[in-house]
Design a protein around this ligand. Sequence first.
Ligand SMILES: [Zn+2]
Ligand SMILES: [Zn+2]
Length: 108
Amino acid sequence: MKHTCAQCDGDLRYGEDVVQVLQGTNYGAITPAWTKTEAEWHRRCFDGEFDLRSQRPPYKCEKCGKPLAFGEAFRCLVIGKGTDQYSSVAENRGYEIFNVEHTSKCLE
Ligand SMILES: [Zn+2]
Ligand SMILES: [Zn+2]
């Protein structure tokens, strides 16, 4: 895929600091499995616009406060380095993810 910043519409070049929204399934890894990249930004474009609230495992949904169950779908932000057009998920993501929430409606 071509990588374009959702804020400034510029290219996200290989190796640049990027922020991505990932959607996927919780199988106990740092980042979700079967991920889909929903949006991405230059780190510098993102920082002025949004907050990053970091989490480490076990992850909790920010909307309902419940822990993510194994196999549950969720959405999160990651920070990493831009990849080429053949990959979708940023590299060198580190050990934190941000702004975790269920993708489906939270159960009461
Ligand atoms: Zn940008
Ligand atoms: Zn939830």
